[in-house]
Design a protein around this ligand. Structure first.
Ligand code: LLP
Length: 429
């Protein structure tokens, strides 16, 4: 298995040096436990792999994966920049201490208000359509804003069809064939574009489609340089680096992966005489995915037509299994090394049949009162969470060297009702 499951001397799961069961006693469940050192290690590993081969290299952490302010602060300290996809993410990044030049806004179907917000925030704006370009030109002085374009390189990849963002079915970016004309149009409107971008999908463990996208984007960049005379300050290959979720999946071989990408990048820079622009990548999942565990307590063992272990949270805190059929590895946190003896469904407490963390999962004996640890809950878990069924948002804690701190309080019933107004005529007399 290509991810760590550590057992401590009490026989309990250890997360960042803290005892998972003691954490549940202190903070209750459900609980996201974020391991600070994992985030730092993941960031450093990616940074080292690429920057050791090409020193003009920057990571734009895709904060949609996890926008917790403490996670953002950790990455700010590490020197990351931010890929933001909405005004809310720009706001969060600036609040977390990222200067505007460290934020790239990649909207899609962005409204005029959103584009204006990005302009006023001073961030780099990565445009997704000719429509956005034309509208942006009317909202600001084109000379005052740094722009780039997202290109669809006609190749896509990802762990699920919902997460493939390149190719001819995708809503994202401008077509590669029209890219040179789009850059010329931008210049006619008074802009001086500085970058080019692509992001082909998410959860990619096979380097091949990624390499194809790099090759296509570099060819497009070369054409744009030759035909429109654009001198690129940056070339951005997006995110998508996968992590193993199942016990059989292997970690990306980052050294080989980065070597192949940087090699191709450099060859193409030479081929098209493009100088030495900064290379950006935008990993989200790779940086934070394996850094959190979701702890949840079993309250019901039920033998119905099938056998279920029922827990105290559901797809309100981790949507990925229900939404994409994603596998998340689960262990019993009070006996993480126990042998599997059965196949069982792990069911959440949301009022829908699709609310399952696992179907027919090989597991050890599970009893009421046991705590389950659901792995790889750092990316797209809290950030896609909801208050469905009027369940308040779940607490997040940060662990570092065995110490724990609350980085998001548990939501309350009152939080679920915030911002509502009841017309006077409907009030109970
Ligand atoms: N850059 C752009 C422009 C993106 O749209 C995304 C992800 C990323 C970077 C980061 O991708 P990553 O490195 O995390 O794969 N909710 C889905 C993932 C959706 C990703 C959307 N865009 C999931 O839970 O698998």
């Amino acid at each position: 298995m290509d991810f760590d499951i550590k057992t401590n001397e009490k026989g309990n799961l250890s997360i960042g040096g803290a005892d998972a069961i003691e954490l549940t006693e202190q903070y209750n469940t459900p609980l996201y436990v974020i391991d600070e050192m994992k985030i730092r290690d993941n960031y450093r590993r990616v940074y080292e792999a690429f920057s050791s081969q090409y020193d003009k290299f920057k990571i734009f952490y895709a904060c949609k994966a996890n926008t917790n302010l403490s996670v953002m602060r950790i990455l700010e300290q590490e020197g990351s920049s931010i890929d933001a996809v909405s005004p809310g993410e720009i706001y969060t990044a600036l609040l977390a201490g990222f200067e505007s030049e460290r934020v790239l806004f990649t909207g899609n179907n962005a409204t005029d208000e959103e584009l204006k917000f990005a302009v006023d925030s001073g961030v780099i704006i990565n445009l997704d359509s000719i429509s956005a370009l034309k509208r942006l030109s009317k909202l600001t002085d084109p000379e005052e804003v740094k722009i780039s374009f997202r290109v669809n390189p006609k190749v896509g990849a990802g762990h699920h069809e919902h997460c493939i963002t390149g190719g001819d079915l995708s809503k994202f970016g401008v077509m590669e064939e029209e890219a040179a004309d789009v850059y010329k149009l931008a210049q006619d409107l008074g802009f001086a574009p500085i970058g080019i971008h692509t992001h082909i999908g998410s959860g990619i463990l096979d380097p091949e489609p990624f390499m194809l996208a790099v090759e296509t984007l570099m060819d497009v960049a070369g054409r744009v340089k030759d035909e429109a005379g654009v001198k690129f300050e940056f070339i951005d290959f997006g995110g998508g680096l996968g992590i193993p979720y199942t016990p059989d999946e292997k970690k990306l071989d980052l050294k080989t992966f980065s070597k192949e990408i940087v090699g191709l990048f450099k060859d193409k820079l030479n081929e098209y005489n493009m100088g030495n622009p900064t290379m950006f990548i935008e990993p989200g999942r790779y940086i934070v995915g394996d850094a959190s565990v979701l702890l949840t307590k079993v309250n019901t063992i039920k033998q119905s037509y099938r056998k279920f272990a029922g827990v105290d949270t559901g797809f309100n805190t981790l949507l990925r299994p229900s939404m994409y059929g994603s596998y998340h590895h689960i262990v019993v946190a009070n006996k993480p090394a126990a042998e599997n003896t059965q196949k069982i469904d792990i069911a959440g407490n949301i009022c829908e049949s699709g609310d399952l963390f696992a179907r027919d999962r090989p597991m050890p004996e599970i009893e009421e009162g046991d705590t389950l640890a659901i792995f790889n809950a750092g990316a797209y878990a809290f950030s896609m969470s909801s208050e469905y069924n009027s369940r308040p948002k779940t607490m997040e804690i940060l662990v570092n060297d065995g110490e724990s701190e609350i980085v998001r309080e548990r939501g309350t019933f009152a939080d679920v009702l915030t911002n509502q107004n009841v017309p006077v005529r409907l009030l109970k007399k």
